[in-house]
Write a protein that binds this ligand. Structure first.
Ligand code: GRF
Length: 220
């Protein structure tokens, strides 16, 4: 809670790796006027640096190690039980590298966001930077979308573009895209916490109006 003691929307972040997007969200949530609070960070990888970042920020953590479960259903049931302890208003997937079951996704419909390193609908799945380079694209980027049953297929809320230079490698491109991710995700989470974005049947509502195209962060 912040100064005026009004409870803020509760944000729960799920991550699997280094957690640079988590860090961007932690940093944003420290701003005086940020309209949400990160209540917990969940992780499927016991040693992930994201857990360390959360601990440094005094955010509660939990680990549900997928290797301890025989099936995706059992893993998701356990993950859901952990999440429900925090009763979050929004679940933010920040480099969470597990495919979630349909039941799990449906349970949190309209309350779960994901960040994907491509300009969706291009390049769902993995290795997006390499694929953009191999295709000879001149523009690449990042998308933030509502999570639905279709992998990386939910309605896109916002995108940011980067230009591809002739000497870019998958690594240099990843770096450029990540820099945009760290700007864009806090903006979108802020919008969500302010109640500005909602999931319609298969589209995004922004300030109550259907979005015709994703919001764009200008390229610079
Ligand atoms: C990001 O590039 C994101 O687009 C993808 O996974 C990566 C996570 O990076 N979904 P980090 O753990 O936030 O550093």
């Amino acid at each position: 809670m912040k100064a005026d003691q009004t409870p803020l929307p509760k944000i729960l972040v799920l991550a699997s790796g280094s957690g640079t997007n988590l860090q961007a969200l932690i940093d944003a949530s420290r701003e005086r006027d940020f309209p949400g609070q990160i209540v917990a960070v969940g992780c499927n990888q016991p040693g992930a640096f994201a857990l360390e970042r959360a601990a440094q920020a005094n955010v509660e953590t939990f680990v549900v190690n997928h290797k301890n479960f025989e099936s995706r259903d059992e893993f998701d049931a356990s993950l859901m039980a952990e999440i429900l302890r925090y009763n979050p208003d929004v679940i933010v997937l920040a480099g969470f590298m597990r495919i979630l079951t349909t039941d799990f996704v449906r349970a949190f419909r309209g309350k779960m966001l994901n960040i994907h390193p491509s300009l969706l609908p291009k390049y769902t799945g993995l290795n997006t930077h390499r694929r953009a380079l191999e295709a000879g694209d001149t523009v690449h980027g990042v998308s933030i979308h509502f999570v639905t049953e279709e992998l990386d297929g939910g309605p896109v809320i916002a995108q940011a573009e980067v230009s591809i230079a002739s000497d870019d490698t998958p690594e240099s491109l990843a770096e450029k895209v990540q820099a945009k991710e760290h700007i864009l995700y806090p903006i979108v989470v802020r919008w969500f916490c302010e109640g500005r974005i909602q999931l319609g049947s298969d589209y995004v509502l922004f300030d109550g109006e259907p979005l015709n195209a994703p919001m764009r962060l200008p390229d610079n």
